[in-house]
Design a binder for this molecule. Structure first.
Ligand code: DGJ
Length: 561
């Protein structure tokens, strides 16, 4: 019994031996036990536990840290690719792989489903002790509908397209195609049914992304006749009321564009009307697809967002996608989605991830740029309390450039810290920061556990030349005055936080530590030249190490006048 409960028929001894009553009581007990067992089992399906501060992923009832990587779009199209890719990713210390599942592949002929490729991926993932997150490339992938089956693409009457401002049918399925929504939902439900049947005991599959980076590309909005008709109608009262009730959670963009007294889309949302109209339509469609799947197997579900590039207008970036500007429209419309995720390729990683740190949103980055991933991962887990991070096209990572740290090094360290990190995240006792040679400020400071940690990129001595262009660290406050710091390329000075008290502080000890035979073990004690005579922690570039730092704070002596 996977949930650790056993039922013995004979252990239910009832006076009167096998009387009808005793048999009935025993049968009822057995049924109750079965009910409890099923309930316990159901409760163990991976789930997102939401909190005011965000949320976490529970797997088998326990918090789980996804050390992830997303496959390139054409890496999971055959079964054989699993054999070559997954063992390599397991050696890179990933514990979870995000893989596309294409509608065109699982339903090449309408109504006939083939999950054989996915089954092989699940089988190999299990052998490699990896989890999977499935990316449903259904009606839309990067706005466009290239992953819809040919029987959908070629039947434009049954599966209508969005129409451009010039009146052209686009390669984008309309959000208002009732048949499209029905068929996408049916295929998605078939996928979830298959995953439940194959996997609900082992739970190799942890979560599912519904569609991929949706949104309308082009000026304005979908100009199909159906969209025009809907746009001419007033904004549904229900939408206005739900938004109004959630005003406290508004983004600055929505706050600046919402007038609950209006009726038309333009009156209510001003010059954001087209974008909000598209967001509402994508959210309604995705809600239908997600709900159909969730009804069958209730894994956590989410959507990912292509973020606006600096200066881009809606329609240049996918208009109506789950970007942080009008995400509230999704939150009040798509109740089957558990959280919202940014795909972060832009340099200002910290800004974008933190726009997804809103009430009850569990932070997960399904796609990120590989080159900066080793640094941004530390920020994501330490500062943004992410439960998962996942650079894109992870299978194409070569075997080491010598210019580390690489994501595999960072994941090896995070794997060893994952228990303490998960505890610290939940208790708000973790921080993180990232610095680049072109960062607007040369130093950054975070406060944790009564101390300030001031970091700068490491420099040579005495020439003071930068040793590397990037550095980052993650700090866990593991006990009174005790900190585990994982990082690379930074020099860190410590101060007592004057907002806590005015005591005098210093470094008690710095040890480089590693987990050996399941226990944190001191590899080196750092002092003298290695801590600039007890003044700071210096983390070499091109590698990642863990340091246990003990600080002290003592009362200042009062000087006699
Ligand atoms: C974001 C998409 O979600 C991915 O599938 C992939 O196309 C990348 N962009 C390309 O870099």
């Amino acid at each position: 019994m996977p949930w650790g409960m056993r039922f013995h028929w004979n252990s239910l001894h009832i006076e009167g031996k096998d009387s009808v009553i005793s048999r009935t009581v025993r049968a009822v007990c057995a049924l109750c036990w079965l009910g409890c067992a099923i309930a316990a089992h159901a409760a163990e399906v991976p789930t997102i536990a939401k909190s005011a501060a965000g949320g976490e992923l529970l797997v088998h009832g326990k918090p789980y840290l996804i050390l992830g990587g997303e496959l390139g779009n054409s890496a999971a199209g055959t079964a054989a690719q699993a054999d070559s890719i997954l063992p390599r990713l397991a050696r890179m210390h990933l514990n979870t792989v995000l893989m596309p599942v294409a509608w065109e592949q699982v339903e090449p002929v309408e109504g006939s489903f083939d999950f054989s490729i996915l089954d092989h991926w699940i089988e190999v993932a299990r052998k490699e002790h990896l989890h999977l997150v499935l990316l449903w490339f259904g009606s839309w992938k990067n706005s466009v509908s290239s992953y819809a089956p040919a029987w959908v693409k070629t039947d434009i009457r049954r599966f209508p397209r969005a129409v451009s401002a010039e009146g052209t049918d686009l390669e984008i399925l309309s959000t208002l195609g009732a048949e499209t929504q029905r068929c996408d939902s049916r295929a998605f439900a078939a996928l979830m049914k298959h995953v439940r049947e194959e996997d609900q005991d082992q739970q190799t599959v942890l979560m599912v992304q519904v569609e991929n980076e949706v949104g309308y590309l082009g000026r304005g909005r979908d100009r199909s006749a159906a969209a025009d008709r809907l746009f001419q109608k007033p904004v549904p009262t229900d939408l206005i009321q739900k938004l109004q009730a959630d005003r406290d959670s508004f983004s600055p963009e929505l706050r600046a564009h919402f007038d609950a007294t209006g009726h038309t889309w333009q009156e209510v949302f001003g010059d954001a009307a087209d974008e909000v109209f598209m967001a509402w339509n994508y959210a309604r469609y995705i809600q239908a697809v997600a709900a159909a799947g969730k009804q069958v197997y209730g894994l956590p579900m989410y959507v990912n967002c292509q973020l606006p590039a600096p200066g881009e207008r809606a329609g240049e970036y996918p208009s109506g996608g789950p970007d942080p500007y009008y995400l509230e429209v999704y939150r009040v419309t798509a109740s089957s989605l558990d959280f919202y995720s940014p795909d972060i390729y832009w340099p200002n990683f910290e800004y974008w991830i933190d726009r997804y740190r809103f009430k009850e949103n569990a932070v997960f980055v399904p796609e990120a740029r590989m080159e900066s991933a080793p640094y941004n991962a530390l920020y994501a887990y330490g500062e943004s309390k992410a439960f998962g991070f996942s650079p894109f096209a992870v299978e194409s990572q070569s075997n080491g450039t010598g210019q580390g740290p690489e994501i595999k090094d960072v994941y090896a360290v995070l794997d060893s810290m994952s228990d303490m990190l998960l505890t610290a995240q939940a208790a708000n006792r973790s921080r993180g920061l990232v610095l680049h040679s072109n960062s607007p400020r040369a130093t950054q400071t975070v406060s944790l556990g009564g101390y300030l940690f001031e970091a700068a990129l490491s420099r040579s001595w005495p020439a003071k030349a930068l040793l590397a262009d990037d550095g980052a660290m993650l700090i866990v406050n593991s006990g009174a005055d005790e900190f585990y710091i994982a990082g690379s390329g930074l020099t860190v000075s410590f101060y007592r936080d004057p907002d806590v008290d005015r005591r005098q502080s210093g470094i008690a000890s710095i040890e480089e530590v590693e987990v050996v035979d399941g226990k944190w073990t001191t590899i080196r004690r750092l002092n003298g030249d290695q801590s600039n005579q007890g003044r700071l922690l210096s983390m070499a570039p091109h590698e990642i190490r863990v340091f246990r730092v003990h600080l002290y704070a003592i009362d200042r002596t009062t000087r006699e006048p």
